[in-house]
Design a protein around this ligand. Structure first.
Ligand SMILES: Cc1cc2nc3c(=O)[nH]c(=O)nc-3n(C[C@H](O)[C@H](O)[C@H](O)COP(=O)(O)OP(=O)(O)OC[C@H]3O[C@@H](n4cnc5c(N)ncnc54)[C@H](O)[C@@H]3O)c2cc1C
Length: 337
Protein backbone atom coordinates (compact mmCIF):
# COMPACT_ATOMS: atom_id res chain seq x y z
CA UNK A 1 0.00 0.00 0.00
CA UNK A 2 2.91 2.38 0.75
CA UNK A 3 4.17 1.92 -2.78
CA UNK A 4 0.76 2.68 -4.22
CA UNK A 5 0.36 -0.78 -5.73
CA UNK A 6 -2.77 -1.75 -3.83
CA UNK A 7 -6.32 -0.59 -4.45
CA UNK A 8 -8.39 -1.41 -1.38
CA UNK A 9 -12.17 -1.50 -1.81
CA UNK A 10 -14.09 -1.34 1.45
CA UNK A 11 -17.83 -1.70 2.05
CA UNK A 12 -17.80 -4.10 -0.87
CA UNK A 13 -20.01 -7.20 -0.68
CA UNK A 14 -18.93 -9.48 -3.51
CA UNK A 15 -21.79 -11.16 -5.33
CA UNK A 16 -19.98 -13.32 -7.87
CA UNK A 17 -16.80 -13.97 -9.81
CA UNK A 18 -17.08 -13.10 -13.50
CA UNK A 19 -15.57 -15.15 -16.32
CA UNK A 20 -14.89 -14.72 -20.04
CA UNK A 21 -15.74 -16.84 -23.07
CA UNK A 22 -12.73 -19.08 -22.39
CA UNK A 23 -13.81 -19.84 -18.83
CA UNK A 24 -11.10 -17.69 -17.25
CA UNK A 25 -11.88 -15.44 -14.29
CA UNK A 26 -12.05 -11.75 -15.18
CA UNK A 27 -12.90 -10.12 -11.83
CA UNK A 28 -15.71 -9.75 -9.33
CA UNK A 29 -19.05 -8.00 -9.14
CA UNK A 30 -19.77 -6.43 -5.77
CA UNK A 31 -22.52 -4.43 -4.11
CA UNK A 32 -21.33 -1.23 -2.48
CA UNK A 33 -22.98 -1.50 0.94
CA UNK A 34 -23.27 2.29 1.22
CA UNK A 35 -24.99 3.17 -2.05
CA UNK A 36 -26.33 -0.39 -2.73
CA UNK A 37 -25.15 -0.16 -6.34
CA UNK A 38 -23.32 -2.92 -8.20
CA UNK A 39 -19.77 -2.48 -9.47
CA UNK A 40 -17.42 -4.68 -11.50
CA UNK A 41 -13.67 -4.80 -10.77
CA UNK A 42 -11.39 -6.53 -13.23
CA UNK A 43 -8.38 -8.63 -12.27
CA UNK A 44 -5.74 -10.78 -13.93
CA UNK A 45 -6.13 -13.36 -11.18
CA UNK A 46 -8.94 -13.78 -8.63
CA UNK A 47 -8.05 -15.02 -5.14
CA UNK A 48 -10.94 -15.82 -2.80
CA UNK A 49 -10.42 -15.83 0.96
CA UNK A 50 -13.95 -15.20 2.14
CA UNK A 51 -13.96 -18.20 4.57
CA UNK A 52 -14.97 -21.71 3.60
CA UNK A 53 -18.73 -21.33 3.41
CA UNK A 54 -18.79 -17.87 1.90
CA UNK A 55 -16.34 -18.86 -0.82
CA UNK A 56 -18.57 -21.82 -1.67
CA UNK A 57 -21.50 -19.43 -1.81
CA UNK A 58 -19.63 -17.06 -4.15
CA UNK A 59 -18.60 -19.86 -6.51
CA UNK A 60 -22.07 -21.45 -6.54
CA UNK A 61 -23.56 -18.02 -7.27
CA UNK A 62 -21.11 -17.53 -10.17
CA UNK A 63 -23.00 -19.31 -12.94
CA UNK A 64 -22.40 -18.91 -16.67
CA UNK A 65 -22.78 -20.93 -19.86
CA UNK A 66 -19.30 -22.27 -19.21
CA UNK A 67 -20.05 -23.07 -15.57
CA UNK A 68 -23.79 -23.87 -15.33
CA UNK A 69 -23.47 -25.41 -11.85
CA UNK A 70 -21.23 -22.71 -10.43
CA UNK A 71 -17.69 -21.62 -11.17
CA UNK A 72 -15.13 -24.46 -11.13
CA UNK A 73 -17.81 -26.90 -10.02
CA UNK A 74 -17.56 -29.56 -12.73
CA UNK A 75 -16.93 -32.12 -9.98
CA UNK A 76 -20.13 -31.05 -8.21
CA UNK A 77 -18.13 -30.91 -4.99
CA UNK A 78 -18.36 -27.23 -4.09
CA UNK A 79 -20.06 -27.08 -0.71
CA UNK A 80 -19.62 -30.85 -0.13
CA UNK A 81 -17.50 -32.34 2.65
CA UNK A 82 -18.21 -29.33 4.84
CA UNK A 83 -16.98 -30.19 8.30
CA UNK A 84 -16.41 -28.58 11.66
CA UNK A 85 -14.40 -29.67 14.70
CA UNK A 86 -16.25 -31.73 17.27
CA UNK A 87 -16.75 -30.11 20.66
CA UNK A 88 -18.00 -31.15 24.08
CA UNK A 89 -17.19 -30.15 27.65
CA UNK A 90 -17.75 -30.66 31.37
CA UNK A 91 -16.90 -28.73 34.50
CA UNK A 92 -16.42 -29.51 38.17
CA UNK A 93 -16.07 -27.79 41.50
CA UNK A 94 -12.84 -28.63 43.32
CA UNK A 95 -13.38 -28.47 47.11
CA UNK A 96 -9.63 -27.95 47.70
CA UNK A 97 -9.89 -24.69 45.76
CA UNK A 98 -12.84 -23.29 47.75
CA UNK A 99 -12.02 -20.16 49.77
CA UNK A 100 -8.37 -20.22 48.80
CA UNK A 101 -6.02 -17.27 49.07
CA UNK A 102 -6.44 -14.55 46.50
CA UNK A 103 -3.63 -13.79 44.10
CA UNK A 104 -3.27 -12.60 40.56
CA UNK A 105 -3.66 -15.46 38.11
CA UNK A 106 -3.88 -13.25 35.02
CA UNK A 107 -1.73 -14.72 32.29
CA UNK A 108 -1.81 -18.23 33.74
CA UNK A 109 -4.91 -19.34 31.90
CA UNK A 110 -5.91 -22.93 31.34
CA UNK A 111 -5.01 -22.68 27.70
CA UNK A 112 -1.38 -22.99 28.81
CA UNK A 113 -1.88 -26.48 30.20
CA UNK A 114 0.04 -28.78 27.91
CA UNK A 115 -1.79 -32.07 27.62
CA UNK A 116 -0.12 -34.68 25.44
CA UNK A 117 -2.30 -37.63 24.46
CA UNK A 118 -1.74 -40.53 26.85
CA UNK A 119 -4.03 -43.29 25.63
CA UNK A 120 -3.48 -46.20 23.26
CA UNK A 121 -5.17 -45.25 19.98
CA UNK A 122 -5.62 -48.89 18.96
CA UNK A 123 -8.08 -49.24 21.85
CA UNK A 124 -10.36 -46.44 20.66
CA UNK A 125 -13.69 -47.30 19.03
CA UNK A 126 -13.64 -44.25 16.75
CA UNK A 127 -11.16 -42.92 14.16
CA UNK A 128 -8.78 -39.98 14.63
CA UNK A 129 -8.80 -38.13 17.95
CA UNK A 130 -9.27 -35.00 20.00
CA UNK A 131 -7.36 -32.64 22.25
CA UNK A 132 -8.25 -31.09 25.60
CA UNK A 133 -8.45 -27.44 26.60
CA UNK A 134 -8.74 -26.39 30.22
CA UNK A 135 -10.36 -23.39 31.86
CA UNK A 136 -10.60 -21.98 35.36
CA UNK A 137 -8.70 -19.76 37.74
CA UNK A 138 -9.20 -16.32 39.17
CA UNK A 139 -9.41 -14.11 36.15
CA UNK A 140 -11.17 -10.78 36.40
CA UNK A 141 -14.80 -11.43 37.37
CA UNK A 142 -17.15 -10.96 34.46
CA UNK A 143 -20.79 -10.02 34.34
CA UNK A 144 -22.66 -13.13 35.45
CA UNK A 145 -20.27 -14.24 38.22
CA UNK A 146 -22.34 -15.57 41.10
CA UNK A 147 -25.22 -16.86 39.07
CA UNK A 148 -26.30 -20.39 39.91
CA UNK A 149 -25.71 -19.89 43.63
CA UNK A 150 -28.71 -22.05 44.46
CA UNK A 151 -26.91 -25.11 43.18
CA UNK A 152 -23.40 -24.03 44.16
CA UNK A 153 -24.09 -23.31 47.82
CA UNK A 154 -24.43 -27.02 48.56
CA UNK A 155 -20.62 -27.19 48.35
CA UNK A 156 -19.90 -24.62 51.09
CA UNK A 157 -20.76 -23.94 54.72
CA UNK A 158 -21.23 -20.71 56.64
CA UNK A 159 -18.84 -19.39 59.31
CA UNK A 160 -20.39 -21.74 61.90
CA UNK A 161 -19.84 -24.81 59.72
CA UNK A 162 -23.55 -25.11 58.89
CA UNK A 163 -24.91 -25.60 55.37
CA UNK A 164 -25.09 -22.29 53.58
CA UNK A 165 -28.75 -21.39 53.04
CA UNK A 166 -30.18 -20.96 49.62
CA UNK A 167 -31.23 -17.52 48.53
CA UNK A 168 -29.96 -14.48 50.35
CA UNK A 169 -28.54 -11.13 49.43
CA UNK A 170 -26.10 -8.56 50.69
CA UNK A 171 -23.04 -9.49 52.75
CA UNK A 172 -23.86 -13.19 53.10
CA UNK A 173 -24.30 -13.61 49.38
CA UNK A 174 -21.06 -11.73 48.68
CA UNK A 175 -19.15 -13.95 51.11
CA UNK A 176 -20.45 -17.08 49.44
CA UNK A 177 -19.54 -15.82 45.99
CA UNK A 178 -16.08 -14.93 47.31
CA UNK A 179 -15.60 -18.43 48.72
CA UNK A 180 -16.64 -20.14 45.53
CA UNK A 181 -14.81 -17.82 43.20
CA UNK A 182 -12.00 -19.62 41.33
CA UNK A 183 -12.99 -23.05 42.64
CA UNK A 184 -14.44 -24.49 39.41
CA UNK A 185 -12.51 -25.84 36.49
CA UNK A 186 -13.70 -26.81 33.05
CA UNK A 187 -12.36 -29.07 30.36
CA UNK A 188 -13.45 -29.16 26.73
CA UNK A 189 -12.57 -31.52 23.92
CA UNK A 190 -12.00 -30.39 20.36
CA UNK A 191 -11.70 -33.19 17.88
CA UNK A 192 -11.45 -34.31 14.33
CA UNK A 193 -14.68 -35.14 12.53
CA UNK A 194 -14.78 -37.33 9.47
CA UNK A 195 -15.62 -35.40 6.28
CA UNK A 196 -18.77 -36.71 4.60
CA UNK A 197 -20.04 -36.15 1.06
CA UNK A 198 -23.53 -35.97 2.55
CA UNK A 199 -22.64 -32.99 4.75
CA UNK A 200 -22.89 -29.91 2.59
CA UNK A 201 -24.07 -26.38 1.98
CA UNK A 202 -25.89 -25.26 -1.14
CA UNK A 203 -27.63 -22.17 -2.45
CA UNK A 204 -31.08 -21.68 -0.96
CA UNK A 205 -33.29 -20.99 -3.99
CA UNK A 206 -35.83 -19.09 -1.88
CA UNK A 207 -33.76 -16.70 0.22
CA UNK A 208 -31.52 -13.74 -0.50
CA UNK A 209 -29.65 -11.44 1.88
CA UNK A 210 -30.29 -7.72 2.09
CA UNK A 211 -28.06 -7.17 -0.95
CA UNK A 212 -30.21 -9.50 -3.01
CA UNK A 213 -27.53 -12.24 -3.02
CA UNK A 214 -28.77 -15.82 -2.59
CA UNK A 215 -27.73 -17.31 0.76
CA UNK A 216 -26.62 -20.81 1.76
CA UNK A 217 -28.60 -23.53 3.45
CA UNK A 218 -26.96 -26.40 5.31
CA UNK A 219 -27.34 -30.18 5.55
CA UNK A 220 -25.18 -31.68 8.27
CA UNK A 221 -25.43 -34.71 10.55
CA UNK A 222 -22.85 -36.11 12.90
CA UNK A 223 -22.07 -39.78 12.27
CA UNK A 224 -21.47 -42.55 14.78
CA UNK A 225 -17.73 -41.69 14.61
CA UNK A 226 -18.28 -38.29 16.20
CA UNK A 227 -20.85 -39.64 18.66
CA UNK A 228 -18.44 -42.31 19.88
CA UNK A 229 -15.72 -39.70 20.14
CA UNK A 230 -17.98 -37.48 22.25
CA UNK A 231 -18.86 -40.42 24.51
CA UNK A 232 -15.15 -41.04 24.96
CA UNK A 233 -14.60 -37.35 25.73
CA UNK A 234 -17.23 -37.46 28.47
CA UNK A 235 -15.62 -40.52 30.04
CA UNK A 236 -12.22 -38.82 29.91
CA UNK A 237 -13.55 -35.56 31.38
CA UNK A 238 -15.18 -37.38 34.28
CA UNK A 239 -12.10 -39.48 35.00
CA UNK A 240 -9.85 -36.40 34.95
CA UNK A 241 -12.14 -34.24 37.04
CA UNK A 242 -12.88 -36.85 39.72
CA UNK A 243 -9.24 -38.05 39.89
CA UNK A 244 -8.12 -34.58 40.91
CA UNK A 245 -10.77 -34.41 43.59
CA UNK A 246 -13.38 -32.49 41.67
CA UNK A 247 -17.14 -32.97 41.86
CA UNK A 248 -18.52 -32.87 38.30
CA UNK A 249 -21.33 -30.36 37.87
CA UNK A 250 -24.60 -31.22 36.19
CA UNK A 251 -25.58 -34.58 34.74
CA UNK A 252 -23.11 -36.49 32.61
CA UNK A 253 -24.42 -36.03 29.04
CA UNK A 254 -25.62 -39.34 27.61
CA UNK A 255 -26.86 -40.74 24.32
CA UNK A 256 -30.08 -38.71 24.51
CA UNK A 257 -28.07 -35.48 24.19
CA UNK A 258 -25.45 -36.91 21.80
CA UNK A 259 -22.99 -36.96 24.72
CA UNK A 260 -22.98 -33.19 24.84
CA UNK A 261 -21.66 -32.93 21.28
CA UNK A 262 -22.11 -29.35 20.11
CA UNK A 263 -24.19 -28.78 16.98
CA UNK A 264 -22.24 -28.76 13.68
CA UNK A 265 -20.93 -25.24 13.09
CA UNK A 266 -20.85 -24.36 16.78
CA UNK A 267 -17.06 -24.68 17.07
CA UNK A 268 -16.73 -22.30 14.09
CA UNK A 269 -13.98 -24.25 12.33
CA UNK A 270 -15.81 -24.78 9.06
CA UNK A 271 -13.61 -26.30 6.34
CA UNK A 272 -13.68 -28.56 3.29
CA UNK A 273 -16.13 -26.92 0.84
CA UNK A 274 -13.64 -26.56 -2.05
CA UNK A 275 -11.37 -29.48 -1.25
CA UNK A 276 -7.95 -29.86 -2.85
CA UNK A 277 -6.58 -32.92 -4.59
CA UNK A 278 -4.79 -34.19 -7.67
CA UNK A 279 -7.91 -35.58 -9.37
CA UNK A 280 -10.29 -32.97 -10.87
CA UNK A 281 -13.07 -35.53 -10.57
CA UNK A 282 -12.79 -35.72 -6.80
CA UNK A 283 -11.55 -32.24 -5.87
CA UNK A 284 -12.13 -28.59 -6.74
CA UNK A 285 -8.60 -27.22 -6.28
CA UNK A 286 -5.13 -28.56 -6.94
CA UNK A 287 -2.41 -28.66 -4.30
CA UNK A 288 -1.67 -24.96 -4.78
CA UNK A 289 -5.33 -24.08 -4.16
CA UNK A 290 -5.74 -23.29 -7.84
CA UNK A 291 -9.06 -24.26 -9.39
CA UNK A 292 -8.66 -27.31 -11.63
CA UNK A 293 -11.06 -25.84 -14.17
CA UNK A 294 -10.06 -22.17 -14.04
CA UNK A 295 -6.33 -21.58 -13.77
CA UNK A 296 -6.48 -17.93 -12.66
CA UNK A 297 -8.83 -18.63 -9.74
CA UNK A 298 -7.45 -19.45 -6.26
CA UNK A 299 -9.03 -20.12 -2.86
CA UNK A 300 -6.93 -19.35 0.22
CA UNK A 301 -9.38 -20.09 3.03
CA UNK A 302 -10.19 -23.39 4.73
CA UNK A 303 -12.40 -24.49 1.84
CA UNK A 304 -9.32 -26.26 0.50
CA UNK A 305 -8.92 -28.52 3.58
CA UNK A 306 -9.51 -32.22 3.01
CA UNK A 307 -9.43 -32.84 6.74
CA UNK A 308 -8.55 -30.65 9.70
CA UNK A 309 -6.95 -32.92 12.27
CA UNK A 310 -8.14 -31.98 15.76
CA UNK A 311 -6.45 -28.59 15.65
CA UNK A 312 -7.93 -25.15 15.20
CA UNK A 313 -7.57 -24.28 11.53
CA UNK A 314 -6.21 -20.76 11.25
CA UNK A 315 -2.45 -21.33 11.31
CA UNK A 316 -2.86 -23.87 8.52
CA UNK A 317 -5.00 -21.43 6.52
CA UNK A 318 -2.21 -18.88 6.83
CA UNK A 319 0.54 -21.34 5.90
CA UNK A 320 -1.36 -22.58 2.86
CA UNK A 321 -2.23 -19.07 1.68
CA UNK A 322 1.45 -18.10 1.97
CA UNK A 323 2.35 -21.06 -0.21
CA UNK A 324 -0.35 -20.12 -2.73
CA UNK A 325 0.93 -16.54 -2.82
CA UNK A 326 4.45 -17.78 -3.66
CA UNK A 327 3.01 -20.01 -6.34
CA UNK A 328 0.99 -17.18 -7.92
CA UNK A 329 4.09 -14.95 -8.02
CA UNK A 330 6.09 -17.72 -9.58
CA UNK A 331 3.42 -18.47 -12.17
CA UNK A 332 3.04 -14.80 -13.04
CA UNK A 333 6.80 -14.49 -13.55
CA UNK A 334 6.71 -17.49 -15.83
CA UNK A 335 3.87 -15.94 -17.81
CA UNK A 336 1.42 -18.73 -16.96
CA UNK A 337 -1.02 -16.36 -15.28
C1 LIG B 1 -15.45 -16.66 18.03
C2 LIG B 1 -14.47 -17.42 17.18
C3 LIG B 1 -13.35 -17.98 17.79
C4 LIG B 1 -12.42 -18.66 17.01
N1 LIG B 1 -11.30 -19.16 17.63
C5 LIG B 1 -10.34 -19.74 16.87
C6 LIG B 1 -9.10 -20.17 17.44
O1 LIG B 1 -8.87 -20.05 18.65
N2 LIG B 1 -8.18 -20.74 16.63
C7 LIG B 1 -8.38 -20.91 15.30
O2 LIG B 1 -7.49 -21.42 14.61
N3 LIG B 1 -9.54 -20.50 14.73
C8 LIG B 1 -10.50 -19.92 15.46
N4 LIG B 1 -11.67 -19.52 14.88
C9 LIG B 1 -11.83 -19.76 13.46
C10 LIG B 1 -11.13 -18.67 12.65
O3 LIG B 1 -11.67 -17.40 12.98
C11 LIG B 1 -11.32 -18.95 11.16
O4 LIG B 1 -10.83 -20.24 10.86
C12 LIG B 1 -10.55 -17.95 10.32
O5 LIG B 1 -10.89 -16.63 10.66
C13 LIG B 1 -10.85 -18.18 8.88
O6 LIG B 1 -10.04 -17.32 8.13
P1 LIG B 1 -10.46 -16.86 6.70
O7 LIG B 1 -9.45 -15.85 6.26
O8 LIG B 1 -10.71 -18.03 5.83
O9 LIG B 1 -11.89 -16.18 6.86
P2 LIG B 1 -12.31 -14.88 7.71
O10 LIG B 1 -11.36 -14.61 8.82
O11 LIG B 1 -13.76 -15.07 8.01
O12 LIG B 1 -12.14 -13.70 6.65
C14 LIG B 1 -12.98 -13.62 5.53
C15 LIG B 1 -13.05 -12.17 5.14
O13 LIG B 1 -13.77 -12.08 3.91
C16 LIG B 1 -14.78 -11.10 4.03
N5 LIG B 1 -15.90 -11.51 3.18
C17 LIG B 1 -16.68 -12.60 3.34
N6 LIG B 1 -17.59 -12.65 2.38
C18 LIG B 1 -17.39 -11.58 1.57
C19 LIG B 1 -18.03 -11.07 0.38
N7 LIG B 1 -19.06 -11.71 -0.18
N8 LIG B 1 -17.53 -9.94 -0.15
C20 LIG B 1 -16.49 -9.30 0.39
N9 LIG B 1 -15.85 -9.71 1.50
C21 LIG B 1 -16.30 -10.85 2.08
C22 LIG B 1 -15.15 -11.07 5.49
O14 LIG B 1 -15.69 -9.81 5.84
C23 LIG B 1 -13.79 -11.31 6.15
O15 LIG B 1 -13.08 -10.11 6.31
C24 LIG B 1 -12.62 -18.83 15.62
C25 LIG B 1 -13.76 -18.27 15.02
C26 LIG B 1 -14.66 -17.57 15.77
C27 LIG B 1 -15.87 -16.94 15.10
Amino acid sequence: MKRGNVDLYTNAMVREVTTDGDGLATGVVYVNTLDMQEYHILGRTVVLGASACETARLLLNSKSNWYPDGLANGSGLIGRYLHDSTGAGRSAIVPALIDRDRYNEDGARGIHVYSPWWLDNSQLDFPRGYHLEFGGGMGMPLYGVGFGMDSMRQHITDEFGNPSKNGGYGTGLKKDIYKLYGSTIGVVGRGESIPQYSNYCEIDPDTVDKYGIPVLRFHYQWTEHELKQARHMQETFEELLTSLGGIPLGEKPGADSQYGLEAPGRIIHEVGTTRMGDDPGSSVLNKYAQAHECKNLFVVDAGQFVSQADKNPTWTIMALSWRTSDYILDQMKQGNL
